[in-house]
Design a protein around this ligand. Structure first.
Ligand code: TYD
Length: 140
């Protein structure tokens, strides 16, 4: 796996900086939901799930944090420490977030509404699904 990062253009002028996130222009899906994590306590690790269908992009708009990304084949650690880089979180990638700086604001764009039934919260179930579908690219 090679985690996909998107570099957002900063529209800066002498007043300051601005980044626009727009479907088709720099976000490859329709944004139906935005949520953000902040005030994350020191040492907390969260996430611990994959999704069946949801597509997401995580942007650390302030501070920094790290992602563990695991597609069942490889594990990658990605540090997000700027407000102009988005990390794609595709379906069937187990992810965990950790090392949140105290000032971290982690914003996530999603292509669908919150739906608990889209979550895979057991790592064993996730690995079983990946193994079952090795080779054919289909997930049940
Ligand atoms: P949770 O899935 O535990 O967060 P994480 O995966 O980042 O560790 O979500 C925390 C709570 O927030 C849980 O009660 C579900 C709720 N929630 C929503 O209501 N809407 C959302 O869009 C999200 C992401 C979570």
């Amino acid at each position: 796996m090679c985690a996909q990062l998107i570099n957002f253009e900063i529209k800066g002028d002498d007043r300051g900086s601005l980044i626009a996130l727009e479907k088709k222009h720099n976000i490859p899906f329709e944004i139906k939901r935005v949520y953000y994590l902040f005030d994350t306590k020191t040492g907390i690790r969260r996430g611990f799930h994959a999704h069946h269908a949801l597509q997401q992009i995580a942007i650390c708009v302030h501070g920094s944090c790290e992602f563990l990304m695991d597609d069942g084949y490889e594990v990658e650690i990605i540090k997000l420490d700027n407000n102009h880089t988005g990390l794609m979180l595709p379906p069937y990638v187990w992810h965990e977030m950790f090392n949140f700086s105290p000032d971290c604001v982690l914003m996530v764009l999603a292509n669908d509404f919150y739906d608990e039934s889209d979550y895979i919260r057991s790592y064993q179930d996730f690995i079983s699904m990946v193994n079952k579908n090795k080779g054919n690219g289909n997930y049940a």
